[in-house]
Design a protein around this ligand. Sequence first.
Ligand code: ADP
Length: 476
Amino acid sequence: MEIFHIGAECYPVAKVGGLADVIGALPKYQSSTENQVRVVIPCYQTVFRLENDFECVHWGKLKLGNFNFPFSVLKEISNKLGFELYLVEIPELFDRPNIYNYRDDIERFLSFQIATLDWITGRSSIPDIIHCHDHHTALIPFMNKYCPKYEKLREIPTLITIHNGLYQGIFSFNKLYYLPEFDLIHVKELEWGNCINSLAAAIKCADEVTTVSPSYLNEINNSNNGLETLFQQFRHKSRGILNGIDIDVWDSNKDPMIENNYSIETIADGKQKNKEYLCSLFNLDASKPLFCFIGRLYYEKGADLLPEVVLSALTTYKEEINILILGHGDVELENQLSHLLSEFSGNYNVYIGYNEELAHKTYAGSDFILIPSRVEPCGLNQMYAMRYGTIPIVRRTGGLKDTVVDFEDNGNGICHDNASVEDICDSIQRAIDLYKNKEIIDQIRIKGMNTNHSWETVSQEYIELYNLIITKRYES
Ligand code: ADP
């Protein structure tokens, strides 16, 4: 089977969050003698692009309404990621340092989708399945189905995976002319809330819709920024498949980014050594339990609660705990977290920015990780943390609910129900008590490390789904 994954990020090429981790790992686990897996993302100005060798396999000119953009498709030569990686280079739109948050993001990602389909249409062979990820690629199922230009691809089933339904790629009908020509009888397939809504179009047009956890699928049927009734309508072709993790990259026993490698047998000593190193970097006391947060500093992540949590927890338990925060995002929140430094120096520190290596060191060196998300489609942090023997403290929502069970229910973490300072601090109190009981804390750590969240099994679930939708297409 020839599988195309199309998305905006792919680790280690270009990463903002979990989307990159999934597109960098799932294809690797799907690749086999039977399955040729190709990944297509835009070509950003990233270190990976500069440090690796590529060959140009296609060049052309894409049409976005009245604009024409030259583009080329670059293939990474050595297949070092375990699959074929293609970068769509549109210099005017993507030759920039950041992945998102440009004024012309709609034009950028629509151009990327058009260039990708132009290229795939012109290839000698056509794929068996096109797997799109999130709203940046969510107009592909519509274009495949209705644009005569892509007639050749019409029979190829498409799948959309929703990694984050909050972002939907919404734009005005004034920009309808950007899309390649199609019969206007189909225009309603693009519409939601009187706008063009890319994600809604994919939910309507793709053969199958997946979310990255079963609980998130249930949640978005009840609340997802206005798309609820659409999700309900297409529930029959939707399913939640829990993300996996790349156990080669996230392995405390051989991770080159951490100071001391350790296994289940050596966790107590190994974690303490990593903690000592991390604490030395951030002026913290390694004899106390270390709570960390790693993630984007946004409301959906519950990060707005962190300043008050730090204030409240460190006022109450100042002599007992350390808190370390690694993240970036909302500037106001970044400032609030930085301001707390002077008050709690020695017990608290914050690193504002994105730092992959430091994230690994923090998973390895922390005792507990705070994941207070309001919305969490899957969440990879808790899975990485558990793999490093770090106990997750989570709000029961989305994928967190599907992967973390409270230790009092014989589980692998600490859970609370509300996205509130009170609930988080209550969990911190329980964690402090737990930390004093070495025997039980070791059991929970080991339970987490033994949990198998590898893509090995999950990736097969996707293959079965591809086969199912291919068969359905043949039957119809
Ligand atoms: P989301 O995709 O919503 O951001 P996930 O939990 O699915 O959340 O994935 C987050 C990924 O991004 C994890 O690999 C996490 O380690 C990483 N990450 C988040 N923020 C940072 C940061 N500031 N520095 C390094 N890695 C980060």
